[in-house]
Design a protein around this ligand. Sequence first.
Ligand SMILES: [Mg+2]
Length: 200
Amino acid sequence: MVISLLSIMHYTIKLSQMRIGVDLDGVVANFTKGWTEQYKIEFGKEIPESDITNWGLSKPLTHFNTELDFWNWAKDINGSSIFRNLETYENSVKVLTELSKEGHEVVILSSKPWWSIHDTLMWLGENKIPSREIHFIEDKWKVECDAYIDDAPHQIENYVREVPDKLILRFVREYNRPVKGAVDINNWMELTSLLEEHNL
Ligand SMILES: [Mg+2]
């Protein structure tokens, strides 16, 4: 009885201290929908999500010759960047809010370009993302968390290489692949049970 009570207490304490490192684009913010809709408006070509099977936004996916050409377009859409008006993925804010209310820390880890920072801060506020800690950083693994969620192949690989003892979650998208050492998550409703399963 004492042992089981202690283990419950330990479990509760551990859960209350959890820091969850959350990427934005492709995880919370539907960047794909945002840019493909705008692309269709401006260039007349529909790009279905199922066609985006690799990381990268230049040719042959779009007409842009280089990634830089894509970003030069995406940084100024009617005076705002593409990041200004992205929709959130289904249940993402709901689940993050529940976790936050339970005492977990939602740590935003984004590698967005410098010119998108003010738009992103407004977006985080408007969409009521429950975070007290926001990092714009390329080496995301340097921000210590218990679990990390990302969709970018190179970020998932960085996490597995640099902090393999942490729970690394690959948000499954058409453009990423399974990574050894990372656990797949298909939708936001799976997050809480994944965190519990891995005993964080
Ligand atoms: Mg991302």
